[in-house]
Design a protein around this ligand. Sequence first.
Ligand SMILES: O=C(O)C1=C[C@@H](OP(=O)(O)O)[C@@H](O)[C@H](O)C1
Ligand SMILES: C=C(OP(=O)(O)O)C(=O)O
Length: 410
Amino acid sequence: MNLHLHQSTIHQTNAIQITGSKSESNRLLLLQALYPEIKINNISNSDDSVLMAKALASKDTVIDIHHAGTAMRFLTAYFSTQEGKTIELTGSKRMKERPIAILVDALNQLGADITYKENQGFPPLLITGKKLTKHKVTLKANVSSQYISALLLVASKLENGLELTLEGDITSVPYIKMTLSLLEEIGTKTKFQDNVITIYPQQQLADKTQQLTVESDWSSASYFYSIVAMSAIGTTISLSSYKQNSLQGDSALATIYNAFGVTTTFKNNTVVLQKTEATSPDTKINFDLKNAPDIAQTISVTAFGLGLECHLTGLHTLKIKETDRLVALKTEIEKLGGQVAITDNSLTLKKAINWHQNVTIASYNDHRMAMAFAPLALKVPIIIEDLKVVSKSYPTFWDDLAALGFIFSV
Ligand SMILES: O=C(O)C1=C[C@@H](OP(=O)(O)O)[C@@H](O)[C@H](O)C1
Ligand SMILES: C=C(OP(=O)(O)O)C(=O)O
């Protein structure tokens, strides 16, 4: 389905209620499977979290997690520790192209029984749950932090815990720290020193009445930062429920978007975004997004919409996400009249001087392509293809845009 989005002036609304972080939710769902007393509040309603919950409750022998990267990686670790169960863990066509050997090798070295059903190094996986006997392993840390989080999440249930040595440059570090913080919250002892992470064994939950509240999703908030950045001075949007000391690395948006003239204030559990300063056409946007890869698309499109030069680095993980996001960004921005150069880990955008109208933006089965380009409707009429992709992380995205006054025509 295509959707025409037309220019609009942002309406003042009550705070937009964003669903819980899918990263925090999928970690807590896994921990809840290991420690059933855990209660979770404000869980994400994203497809990825729904799929994660279903997979954990499933009695089937084939489990399909579609496009959900965290579910694929976290469940690989989980099922390899569930003794007496053999399953096939599979996903979408794209999931079968997203590498998983680093995690599978680490788990097999710890004593797991995981083999590949189709292509070596890629899902689908055949997993026979076993008691993992070893507790020390080394893995490459510069490809995806999800492999590391997957191991950490099951580690406290291993007889001797886990000592994980990380090799090379560590990518997406805030996601690793999020995993460690959530483990600490449920009483697990952890240590992260230099390049070694230690998780101490914990068979039972310390507090059997434990309730954990998921903070709302900061990656989802990025699209509203982009909308405010491209709106008139004084435009304000409030989002809930957020906190100043977030576990999510994408909360860096609050400082990153200062460069686009957006000021962030925290009021109780609401975050208020306001366009307070015009952006000078000479502004150069320059960020290393190694710690916040999921907001690269949003930032690139904001810079393009505002006609700003932009250079983003630390993007090496983008090539193995829902699509090759570097190629997808270049293709779509160029369709709109922009000039983009990419390498394996960076994107450079020239100052835009004109923006083509009524261009159809392809979504590449990637929720963040559709959502990152939508705010551009403030600048030029735009068509977004395949609207339903947004449900991977943010099912009510289009409703929330409508509430702000965006005008749609199918
Ligand atoms: O652990 C997580 O919840 C995530 C880690 C990141 O992946 P990489 O570590 O592969 O960059 C991020 O892109 C993804 O959306 C969610
Ligand atoms: C990369 C993402 O998700 P995942 O890797 O979990 O599929 C994302 O949500 O942007």
